[in-house]
Structure formats: C-alpha cells, structure tokens
Ligand binder design. Structure first.
Ligand code: KIV
Length: 283
C-alpha cells in the first residue's frame, strides 16, 4: 500500500528529533536543521504540567502574567517577587521544556548592576533556565552584564509592551523605514552581545523574515508571520480562556471560557438542587 502524506508533515518528520530536555543549545540546533520551535506562556504549576506533557519546547513565564493572572491593564505593575513566585511554580512542574522568565519592568532598565541582580534572583530563587528582557541598544549593557554571570538571555524586539506609554498603542511596529532599520540594527547588536534567541512581536512578516535570515540565533515570532524559527502565543489567548483579546495573529484552539463557565453553571445548579453530592459521592 502506498501512503501519501502531506508535504509539510513529511518535512516535519524529517526535521523532528525527540529531545529529553530542551536547552538553549537545543533550540539553536533546531534552527540549524529547520525544525520550528514551539513556545507558550505558563505562569502556574498545573498549566505548566500540561504544556510540558504536550511537548512545548519553551515555556515563557511572561510578564503578561501582569494582565492574565493579576488583572492589571499593562505589564508594568508586576513585581520581581511575583515573577519569581510564578517561575518557581512552573519550574517545579517541568521535566522537558526550557523555561525562560521575563525580567519585569523596572528590574533592569538603565542600571546593569540591578539587571544582573534581578537575573541572579530569578535563576537562584526560581531555578529558571534563562531570562528575557525587552529592548535593543538601550538595554544592551544590561544584557552584556547578565551574560557575564553565565545566565542565558533571550531578547525581545518590535512591540515591547513594557514601553506601551512611549508607543501609545499596541499597533504593529516597524512599518516605517527608520524603525525597521533600527530593529535590524538592534537584532544584530543582541546577537553580537550573546543573546541565545530573540522574540519579535507584531512586526511586518517581511521584516521578521529578514531578521531570521540575517541572524544565526533562533527568532521566535508573535504576530511576525511564518518565516521565523518558531512561534509563541499567550496560552490563555490560544485556549480561549481570555475572550477579550482577539488580534489578527491569534489562532484560538479552544473556547475554554465558555466550556468552564458551562461546567461551573452545572455545578452551581447541582449544589442548589442537592443533586450533588449523590449517594456515591459521600462517605
Ligand atoms: O509576556 C509575554 O507573554 C511575552 C510574549 C507575548 C512574547 O513577552
């Protein structure tokens, strides 16, 4: 019998390599052999356990926890202590994934010594594997200093939500030539400084493709098109737990908000009607 498999599946199987533990080197090798990197956010033990079992390559303890877990309007208010607490819970759940933790706003900008101290706290107290921080030339001194301690750093360019009050909107970045040129320059600078990977958020696909071709380190996109080395989404968005956020780049795999709400409504009904607990559900 002749089996016809879709071309992209055949390509996936030929580049896919089973990995026991994902490291910064693993993701760099994935780029070299053309295997795409999957990355999702995780902020707590239970969710991280599921995502790790599903073999997500990289778990990002993103400062989007500020919005998703703490209900703030922006990512700015979350503290280093809060990030460490989320990161420690995720680390306790994970066997396989590489866990990268965001340095929160105010813990690294403009002071490389403080940046190093913040990164050391994340590595020591949460036992994380790497840190991520936002920005290019403005923060490169902090990145260099963190790297002197042997802490792997992931960069983040394009839409950098910690600078929302400078940008004024969450619109696509680097559409104009000057901003695109600065982004290319920053990507080169971060690679030279020693970042092991780079996130590009909400920029034109063509520009993201140019960056991914220009640098040797893996480029992971969110709203940056398909021609990068991997993709990242906020788990709560792709699972449909959060219904209020629907950017064009988001693919929803579930509608968990409605699923959970329906289940909880049934539970409330069962409690009120004394249907729960029944004979079998008691001692
Ligand atoms: O904090 C976060 O969730 C992020 C991703 C959007 C890349 O930085």
């Amino acid at each position: 019998m002749v089996l016809f498999l879709p071309l992209n599946f055949t390509f996936f199987m030929s580049t896919y390599k089973e990995v026991k533990k994902v490291t910064t080197h693993t993701v760099q090798e994935m780029k070299l052999r053309g295997e795409k990197i999957s990355m999702l956010t995780a902020y707590d033990f239970s969710m991280a356990k599921i995502l790790d079992a599903a073999k997500v390559d990289v778990l990002l303890v993103g400062d989007s926890a500020s919005n998703v877990m703490h209900g703030h309007e922006t990512t700015l208010p979350i503290t280093l202590d809060e990030m460490i607490s989320h990161a420690a819970a995720v680390i306790r759940a994970v066997d396989r994934a590489l866990v990268v933790v965001d340095l929160p706003f105010g813990s690294y900008q403009g002071n490389s010594k403080e940046a190093l101290n913040s990164a050391i706290r994340i590595m020591k107290e949460a036992e994380a594997h790497a840190v991520k921080l936002e920005g290019g030339s403005e923060v490169v001194e902090s990145i260099r200093r963190i790297l002197t301690a042997g802490i792997p750093v992931m960069g983040h360019l394009g839409l950098t939500p910690q600078s929302i009050y400078k940008f004024g909107t969450y619109e696509v970045r680097a559409r104009q030539e000057a901003e695109a040129a600065k982004l290319l320059e920053d990507a080169r600078l971060l690679e030279e400084a020693g970042c092991f990977a780079l996130v590009l958020e909400k920029i034109p696909s063509k520009l993201a493709k140019d960056v991914a071709e220009m640098v040797k380190i893996p480029v992971i996109g969110i709203g940056a098109g398909p021609d990068v080395d991997g993709q990242v989404l906020v788990s709560h968005d792709m699972l449909g737990i959060n219904k209020d956020f629907s950017p064009k780049f988001l693919r929803r795999y579930l509608n968990l908000y409605d699923e959970i709400k329906n289940a909880v409504e049934r539970y409330v009904e069962d409690v009120k009607s004394v249907d729960f607990p029944n004979q079998k559900e008691q001692y």
